[in-house]
Structures are given as structure tokens and as C-alpha cells.
Design a protein around this ligand. Structure first.
Ligand code: GLU
Ligand code: MG
Length: 443
């Protein structure tokens, strides 16, 4: 008599690609040792996939070549089944894309981020501490509850409880699950992590959130704007730098806004390169439906203290209860959304900040007013420039930006420009309303 079969537990090696989509290949978990060192196969042209699932026609790779996904064992995420009792456990490991002989592959965004984090350590003696916060829309019932209300919280409470439990199991260290300003809009925040682990954690938040929604049969979208009049979903990247002993380096109690000299140069670098960075941090046509004045997102390159209309914000710190201000002090990059690759976007922001430190750029673009309410002369006097109004403009800013083009691997940039050009062609006929609906389904 043959035995009744049981499903085989699977582990997946994943890469989160240039458009922020997590992809990979699975094998039986009991064969993990076999895949640990040499990984599994991968295809160069996969990196040229558009969100529309079409490989960009003019990509540098074509049908040629083979790669490996080599797992970083320290990044494994395992989450047992949740609300759906028979759902298979989620078990994946972040991987770096390598050549078949193990050399790093030029267009791997995770490798780019690791290299940049290492540069901070070796050249500047600094460690990067970062956290991504995510907003999303959850279709959990028809009732439209009021912003931030307990009712809205209760409507999402079953989902939120499972989500926090799954995030904890996956090592994500969640902080808060909260109802946001929009209808059916929620936010999830987590504790910071050092270096590459911070971007891995952003992926883990997205994938675990999707997993819980899938198991509960709920629709979910992280897209920057899910309907023409919807409140937008941002991704805010919180960054602080530490010395190698772990002491915070962005804070100086002796300055008016608390920002240290190194923090000022870093912020100046991010603001200086921001119009070009947008091509990587707000990287889809629909991103520009969000990056507009009065959306609490970002529309000008300026730093604000607690100002939610500023692209870069000095976050509030609290001294109540004797908490250390220096340890909380961080800068929040707000010109980002979930159509961006966390690894690529974080690497790009870090490159801009490092260039600011190396070039000792001066920080002038500071305002606590809504930058849109200043007149052009006032903005010019402070060096506050408008962010690109479209992906086309942002890509052009990046193309023209010699420092960033030089800092990013050619293979990665060529692939990126090819796929973004294709994406623009594929979406050019869509009205703003249709763009929102289209990307709401994709992200
Ligand atoms: N929803 C806003 C955004 O698109 C952010 C609101 C907030 O400050 O939490 O970025
Ligand atoms: Mg929020």
C-alpha cells in the first residue's frame, strides 16, 4: 500500500529586483545544504522586467548568459502558517546575484547597497542605521471609517494582529500598526537595522504583509496612489549614521536644529542630488501623482524640522522619561514609494549623502514652511529646487547627473534605463486615474 503524500516544505532563494519585485526559485528545505554555497540559477534579462511583466526590448542582456543567486544565510526569513491553517510556511533567503564563478554581478542592487555600506565603513568610519516605514491600502470591508479612528483600527485588527505576529516570527521587529489618514489605509513601522539588513527588512515587511493578506483573502496595495482621489501611500526611509563604536553621529546638541556637521553635509548631499535620485526612489509614472504639494510627501528639495511637506525631515525626538535625544535623532527621506527597490533606493540615497560629506556641501535648503507657499525668489535664495514633475523628467535628471552616473554600475544603469523607457511607452496612453488603478494592481 502506498503512503499518503504530504506536501514538501520549500525554501526560496530570492532577489528583489530593480523595480522592487521579489522573485526567486524554490527547492525542498531538506536540501538546503546543497544550495547554500552555489545557490541556484538565474537569468540576466530577468533584471530588465518592467512592472508590466514584459522584458524591455533594448536591454543589454537579451537571451544570453547565466547567473547564480547565492544566498546570504544570515538573511533567512521563516514564518509558520498564519490565518490560513493549511498555508505552507513562508521560508525565503535573500540572495546576491553573481556570475557562475561567484564574482559579483554588476546589475545586482543588493551588491550595490553592500558595497556602499562598506564604503561608509572603510572610507568614513561610519555605520548606516536605517528603517523603512510603509503605508498601504487594505480592502478589509466596505465601511469607510474615519481617519486614525479606533473604528478603522478595529476593522483592520484581525489582519494587524496576524501581521505583527508574522513580522515578529520573521525577525522584522515591528513597532506599530496604525490606521492612516486615507480610507482603508494603514501603516506599519519597524525598528531600524544596520546596513543591508535594513533594505532586506523592507522587503520582508512587504512580502509578509502580502502573505497575511493572501491568507485572509484580502486585497492589498502598496502603490503610491491607488485611485485618483485617494490619499497617497509613501515609503519613508529613516537614516542615522553611527561611528564604528555605535555612537550616533547625526546629532549635535550645540546646533539650532540638532544636526551635526557630518549630518549637515549628508543632508546637503541628499538634497543636491534629489531631483536625479527621484528616478530611483520614485520610479514609476504614478509616483508623480504623489510627489505633489500638499500631499505630505515631497515636491521640493528641502530639509524641514518636523515639516511633513519637506522631502527630508528632521524627525521629532522626545526627552520625556529621560530618553536619549541623540539615539533617536534621524533624518527621514520622504520622496520614496513602494514601486522602488529598497536596496537600489537606499544605496542611491547613501551615495548622495556620501558625496555631500566628501564634497563638504553646505546645507541651505531648509524651511519649516510649505515650500510651495514660498515665492520663486525665496526658494532660489535658499537653493530650494522643485522635484521632477514626471518620471521622464526624473530619468533625464539622472542621465545628466555625472556624479551619480559615475557612482552607479554601468550594467545596472543601462538595464534600468532600458526598462524604464519601456515602462513609459507601455503606460503613455493611461490617464492619471487609469495610472493609479494600473499600479494599484501591480504593487
Ligand atoms: N501619506 C503620506 C505620503 O504619501 C505620508 C503621511 C505621513 O506623514 O505619515 O508620504
Ligand atoms: Mg504615515
Amino acid at each position: 500500500m502506498s503512503e499518503r503524500l504530504l506536501p514538501v516544505a520549500m525554501t526560496t532563494l530570492v532577489t528583489t529586483d530593480l523595480i522592487g519585485v521579489t522573485r526567486g526559485r524554490s527547492f525542498p528545505t531538506d536540501e538546503l545544504a546543497h544550495y547554500q554555497t552555489a545557490g541556484c540559477g538565474w537569468v540576466p534579462a530577468n533584471s530588465a522586467l518592467t512592472p508590466q511583466d514584459i522584458i524591455a526590448s533594448r536591454n543589454p542582456w537579451g537571451a544570453y548568459g547565466d547567473l547564480r543567486l547565492i544566498p546570504d544565510m544570515s538573511s533567512r526569513v521563516t514564518v509558520g502558517n498564519g490565518p490560513h491553517a493549511s498555508a505552507p510556511a513562508l521560508d525565503f533567503i535573500h540572495a546576491d546575484i553573481c556570475e557562475t564563478d561567484g564574482r559579483p554581478w554588476g546589475a545586482c542592487p543588493r551588491t550595490l547597497l553592500r558595497n556602499e555600506v562598506e564604503r561608509y565603513q572603510t572610507e568614513l568610519g561610519l555605520q548606516v542605521n536605517a528603517a523603512f516605514e510603509h503605508e498601504f491600502n487594505l480592502a478589509c470591508g466596505d465601511a469607510e471609517h474615519l481617519a486614525f479612528s479606533l473604528e478603522a483600527q478595529r476593522q483592520g485588527a484581525e489582519f494587524g494582529g496576524w501581521l505583527l505576529s508574522a513580522l515578529r516570527a520573521g525577525g522584522v521587529e515591528p513597532e506599530m500598526f496604525l490606521p492612516e489618514y486615507g480610507k482603508h489605509q494603514y501603516e506599519i513601522t519597524c525598528r531600524p537595522a544596520l546596513g543591508v539588513a535594513a533594505a532586506d527588512r523592507a522587503v520582508n515587511v512587504r512580502e509578509i504583509t502580502r502573505e497575511i493578506a493572501r491568507q485572509m483573502g484580502l486585497g492589498l496595495s502598496f502603490a503610491p496612489k491607488t485611485a485618483e482621489h485617494a490619499v497617497c501611500n509613501g515609503v519613508h526611509l529613516h537614516v542615522s549614521l553611527q561611528n564604528m563604536a555605535g555612537q550616533p553621529m547625526f546629532y549635535d546638541a550645540g546646533t539650532t536644529n540638532g544636526l551635526s556637521t557630518v549630518g549637515q553635509h549628508w543632508a546637503a548631499g541628499v538634497l543636491h542630488y534629489l531631483p536625479a535620485l527621484c528616478a530611483l526612489t520614485a520610479p514609476t509614472p504614478v509616483s508623480y501623482e504623489r510627489l505633489q504639494p500638499h500631499h505630505w510627501s515631497a515636491s521640493y528639495a528641502c530639509l524641514g524640522q518636523r515639516n511633513r511637506e519637506a522631502a527630508l525631515r528632521i524627525c521629532p525626538t522626545v526627552s520625556v522619561g529621560g530618553k536619549s535625544v541623540a539615539e533617536q535623532y534621524n533624518l527621514e527621506f520622504r520622496a520614496m514609494d513602494a514601486t522602488a527597490s529598497p536596496h537600489l533606493a537606499m544605496a542611491a540615497v547613501l551615495i548622495a549623502g556620501r558625496l555631500g560629506i566628501e564634497q563638504r556641501l553646505a546645507l541651505n535648503a531648509i524651511t519649516d514652511e510649505v515650500p510651495d507657499s514660498l515665492n520663486e525668489e525665496q526658494r532660489q535664495a535658499r537653493g530650494i529646487v522643485a522635484l521632477p514633475a514626471s518620471l521622464t523628467q526624473a530619468l533625464e535628471c539622472l542621465r545628466q547627473n555625472e556624479a551619480l552616473v559615475e557612482a552607479l554600475p554601468t550594467a545596472l544603469l543601462d538595464t534600468y534605463f532600458a526598462l524604464k523607457t519601456e515602462e513609459l511607452t507601455l503606460t503613455e496612453q493611461l490617464s492619471p486615474a487609469h495610472l493609479c488603478e494600473h499600479y494599484a494592481r501591480l504593487y
